[in-house]
Design a protein around this ligand. Structure first.
Ligand SMILES: [Zn+2]
Length: 345
């Protein structure tokens, strides 16, 4: 079967690759339909590694996928061939201590698609545990189904924030994840969400949603904009989604006394943090790594119409042109949020 393979740093190939393996009793075989290109896929392509995850042998990319069930293992009951689904790409060890605690996203043994040495899903067929495969309601398209994965990170951030109805939130960084966080925060009960970035085209895209205000930090310091929006009190929740050192150093200035900071963005290198700035307001600091137990909620919000992610799908390329799609993703155009690959019919 053909797959999009990262042969090594900087070199992709669309070529024959091993079949996905054997179907276990609790697995389903899925014909993939749409696969989103993620910043992490692009980073493996351009840098060959993320932190201590290093690509040392050819790896199939892709982890944001939807598709159709074509075969079920003998013990699978909740799914049947023909079901439209999306897949949660991290498979934990169900017996691990982390899984038993419900925090399977931080299970050291988790196997996550397109994280070395685990292959991803940019191939026409995959085998996946039924427990991590979710049925898509009629009203959720395959393209939206492939957006559940990045939106799940926004959901995890909103849950970690412990949003209360009417909260005012700030999101620093309007990349795809910052946008997902902003929409999840709004859906989670925030009255207003202020999104800050320096790229105006990104702000224009996310600012088109009701309830979202934007600040271009080239024109107005974000602390000034937040103070103006909150009568000098500060935001209830600050979602740091840029991973940029200056934003991290200044994040306490955006929060109200007793507020919360949620760290979502990942700085490439360690960055300084103003501990006293955080202490002086007794800020609660939360961190987010992927997600756990949020797929059902994410799909429910999308199905209800409360969250519409379709404006964030900037382009779709056919599987045969997926290398060109990746090269466009590497360009990181300010007008592109999410690029997707349409798998062969
Ligand atoms: Zn992703």
């Amino acid at each position: 079967m053909k797959a999009l393979v990262l042969e090594e740093k900087g070199r992709l190939a669309l070529r024959e690759f091993d079949s996905p393996g054997t179907l276990g009793p609790r697995d389903v075989r899925i014909k993939t339909h749409t696969v989103g290109i993620c910043g992490s896929d692009v980073h493996y392509y351009t840098h060959g590694k993320i932190g201590h995850f290093v690509v040392t042998e050819p790896m199939v990319l892709g982890h944001e996928a939807s598709g159709t069930v074509i075969e079920c293992g003998s013990e699978v009951s909740g799914l049947k061939p023909g079901d439209r689904v999306c897949m949660e790409p991290g498979i934990p060890d169900p017996d691990s201590r982390a899984s038993k605690l419900g925090i399977y996203n931080v299970d050291p043994a988790v196997r996550f698609w397109a994280t070395p040495p685990v292959h991803g899903c940019l191939t026409p067929e995959v085998i996946h545990p039924a427990a991590f495969t979710y049925k898509l309601p009629e009203s959720v398209s395959f393209a939206e189904g492939a957006m559940v994965e990045p939106f799940a990170i926004g959901m995890q951030a909103a849950l970690r924030a412990r949003i209360q109805p009417g909260d005012i939130a700030v999101v620093t960084g309007a990349g795809p994840i910052g946008m997902m966080v902003a929409l999840a925060a709004l859906a989670g009960g925030c009255a207003r969400v202020i999104v800050a970035d320096l790229a105006q085209p990104k702000l224009d895209i996310i600012g088109a949603y009701d309830g979202i205000e934007t600040v271009n930090i080239r024109e107005t310091p974000v602390a000034e904009a937040v103070a103006a929006a909150t009568d000098g009190w500060g935001a209830d929740v600050v979602f740091e989604c840029s991973g940029a050192a200056p934003a991290i150093l200044g994040m306490h200035e955006l929060a109200r006394p007793g507020g919360a900071i949620v760290l979502v963005g990942m700085p490439v290198d360690p960055v300084p943090v103003d501990i006293v700035g955080l202490q002086a307001k007794e800020l609660r600091v939360e961190t987010v790594f992927r997600y756990a137990n949020v797929y059902d909620r994410a799909i429910a919000l999308m199905a209800s119409g409360k969250v519409d992610l379709t404006p964030l799908i900037s382009g779709t390329v056919p599987f045969e042109e997926s290398i060109a799609g990746f090269d466009r993703a590497v360009e990181a155009r300010d007008t592109d949020v999410k690029l997707q690959i349409a798998m062969p019919e």
